[in-house]
Design a protein around this ligand. Sequence first.
Ligand SMILES: [Zn+2]
Length: 466
Amino acid sequence: MQWPPKYPDNYRPDSDQEYWSPELETMPTAERDQHILAKLQSQVRYAYQNSGFYKEFYKDLPVDPANLQSLEEFEQLPILTKENIRHEQEQHPPYGRFLCVTPEEIFRIHGTSGTTGRPTVFGISNDDWDRIGEAHARILWGAGLRKDDTVMVAAVFSLYVGSWGALVGAERLGATCFPFGSGAPGQTERAVEWCKMVKPSALYATPSYALYLAETARQMGFDPKEDFGFRFMFFSGEPGASVPATRRLIEETFGCYIVDQGSMAEMTPWMSNSGCRHLDGGMHLWQDIVYTEMVDPQTKLNLAMGEEGVPVYSHTERTSQPMIRYWSGDIARWDMVDCPCGRTYPTLVTGIYGRVDDMIIVRGQNVFPSRIEDVLRSMDEFGGEFRLVLERETGQMDRLTVQAEVVAEAYASQEFNPTELEQIRERFTAELRRAIGVSVTVQLKPAGEFERTQFKARRIIDLRTP
Ligand SMILES: [Zn+2]
């Protein structure tokens, strides 16, 4: 097998074809495992022989990284964490000893913002960037993107690799690209005007931003369904696109279908977790592009299909800064589902519903913010935004307060009929209790109380003292 693989840069299937790479996408599992093993053998050997970091990281292992015999042997390689990357890059700035090419061969520099610690840096070579474009084009094809679509990328163009990854995939596929960006003052109002004028057929953004765009459009007197021309939207960066009520809301608001996507910025091609145009929530794991294992958060042992754990990702065709067995810190459940698309990949059935760190433990019960979002968005009186306030009670019990906006009419009712608002509060409380299995305090706020986001929403207010 040729490694890294070479892809013809002018290939594109006929528009009526379901698959970009029929053979790879519909391979029986056993055959795919062999294909993946062959790619991983080359990938691991290459990293071990060319990167100072992996040479040291893979010292004294029970298996030979230069000659892995099976996926079980691959599973014995140590897991790589964000802390490992930070530490390594601190010692050997800027890339750490991850680079397997010379710094001159780096074509793009991306990274994380470092909001929770030292920023991390990813150096990407030109060949790797081309392969990312190929992978994203293939996955977007599965999501339903075609050459005659116009793709609006309404996310910030910066270090954040999400927007650039969406753009390079759409470009490689041959669609019309409209790299609009987001985040500048007044830009959402301009986005509304441009949506009306250009009528893009596809949108890439975060789910929160799509809802903010719709709210802004309505304030300007437009109807996102009538006045825009979106046929479908693809999202990453937040769980929303696999949260059933959020999903329905966006689909109904714009009159389009939506596709959930996204693994980790470090893992770009980050679209290797992606739904297709048929899948109603959840994401297929495009295993031959980025190999995903599911690992127990405590024991770090591999989990079988059907189980919930932490996805651990590995590049299979990266020559500049490969990530092998990278710990995502996300929580998801994987299984084999019968999708009408016919792809034989495993699926994260309810997407990525949270981070291990975001999991709130209330009276012994694990609670994910995405579950609360699902309940709130299914309530008619919900006003669009919410916050979760965490406090620690004496005796070390965590207390959770859900602050939820309610629509203006409902909130105004307290002036002449205070019991009505109280009834709404009781209904919210009961629904949340039913869904998450534990009582929480609910406070209602008028719609517009909480700031809307142009990027990823931050909804947890943690008042616990460490
Ligand atoms: Zn599918």
